[in-house]
Design a protein around this ligand. Sequence first.
Ligand SMILES: [Zn+2]
Length: 186
Amino acid sequence: MYQVAGWDDKNEDEDGDEEAREVCGVIATHGREDGQTVDVGGGLAELFDHDAMVEQLPDGRFDRDALAGHRNAMLWFGIVDPAWRGHGIGHRLFRARIEWAQAHGADMVFAMGWERPDERTSRPLFERYDFVPVQRFDEHYAGTRDACPDCGIWPDDDRECSCAATLWAREMPLDRLAGSGGVLER
Ligand SMILES: [Zn+2]
């Protein structure tokens, strides 16, 4: 009923060398009875080498240099249409991306988990895969997000998003993903 499809995007420059940017996008679609499909969720992941990952990590009470691995995956976002929550779609989008990361040799996976004011968080998803909460950042999105439905703010008012975010990390590989094939394997 719910398909999660993904694609690999490994750009090549003019000389045919691989660029550092390796991205994976996943889209969840629902096949309707009339044969149409609708997108109900999506997510992105990106691979970074050690130095690039250090640049990406937020400045917190930890040693970024020590935390970043040799080959790191960052889960940028995972969103599910509000009308489709509670169907396990977020989990499948999450799992598809960590399977992709593992299949591409990542030794660390990171994500910023949005902590909404109503306590609805992606925490259970991270805990299910034994991610470790490294640090909570209050008002993580202030200055970068001028609209947030969870804070009730909009671009035309002066307020900023006050949602917090938690940096989660997990060493790879995850044994339980081994041999699962993965939704992105063809
Ligand atoms: Zn907010």
